[in-house]
Design a protein around this ligand. Structure first.
Ligand code: ZN
Length: 279
């Protein structure tokens, strides 16, 4: 066991046993509007999304402050344009602001008149105009990259993508000279599949209880801690910003903090240290 512990330590460097990245996709109503444009005339459905930027995100920011954690916020350009002060505030608090499409368009299923590169540039311009910094990280809407995405991201100087599920530590995707770091995700570490209930959009599966989700995420963390991997948690302020769910997040943070040598990092810092290590 001494041998395996040494091997784990070398993965992240120093005493760091595993790395935790808390990430929040501020989708607002964009994903709903993209999937069902006719719901633009359905205020109830739109309001579920609006809860995220209006109430969920400030509540989450306060929690992160209280626990002194820097996180990563992925936001579609369309949502950013409508919540400029919020986005400015996120950046000023020292969190990472990253790219999440314009109107939550999955690159794998664009319309013939939509250009993936143009969407990337347009939303980057919007984020830069608000925060003063061009986003270096990218997460594809609905976690659906196209075959061209890694090259397009590399050519635009992005530092990482976070959309794929091929490992549970960072790895590289794309052609040899145009590759990009991938910070992998998984549905089991996403709040939406556990909690989303939205009959008007056809989502009527029974919601998980807060206890079920906390237990599932504690199990996931136990595995990450034992094996020394990456705990990439994806949340949505319109979901995890709700009262019982934000308490799940807080108890999870307390649980993780009861373990030694865990690094809470922003995605861009994980990607840069991975690249510097030349792994
Ligand atoms: Zn999203």
């Amino acid at each position: 066991s001494r041998k395996s512990r040494a091997a784990l330590t070398s993965l992240w460097g120093g005493k760091t046993r595993c790395v935790v990245t808390l990430t929040f996709d501020i989708d607002g109503p964009s994903a709903t509007l993209r999937r069902n444009p006719e719901l633009a005339d359905h205020p109830s459905a739109i309001s579920m999304g609006e809860f995220g930027p209006r109430t969920g995100t400030p509540r989450i920011l306060e929690l992160l402050d209280r626990h002194d954690i820097s996180a990563t916020f992925f936001i579609p350009g369309w949502v950013a344009e409508r919540n400029r002060e919020l986005l400015k505030n996120i950046g000023e608090r020292g969190h990472e602001v990253a790219h999440h499409g314009y109107l939550h368009e999955p690159p794998s299923s664009l319309e013939p008149d939509e250009d993936e590169g143009q969407i990337l540039d347009h939303a980057s311009d919007i984020l830069e105009s608000i925060t003063g910094e061009r986003p270096q990280g990218y997460r594809s809407p609905s976690w659906e990259l196209s075959a061209n995405s890694p090259q397009l991201l590399h050519d635009r100087g992005f530092g990482y993508d976070s959309s794929l599920m091929g490992d549970d530590i960072p790895y590289y995707v794309g052609e040899k000279d145009r590759r990009i770091v991938e910070l992998p995700v998984h549905w089991s570490l996403d709040d939406a599949p556990y909690y989303t209930y939205m009959p008007v959009a056809g989502r009527t599966a029974t919601m998980s209880t807060p206890n079920d989700v906390l237990t599932a995420w504690q199990w996931e963390f136990d595995g990450v801690y034992q094996y020394g991997r990456l705990f990439m948690l994806t949340m949505h302020p319109q979901v995890t910003g709700r009262l019982a769910k934000v308490m799940v997040l807080e108890r999870l943070v307390q649980y993780i903090r009861s373990h030694a040598n865990v690094g809470f990092l922003q995605c861009i810092d994980v990607a840069q240290s991975w690249t510097e290590k030349g792994m």
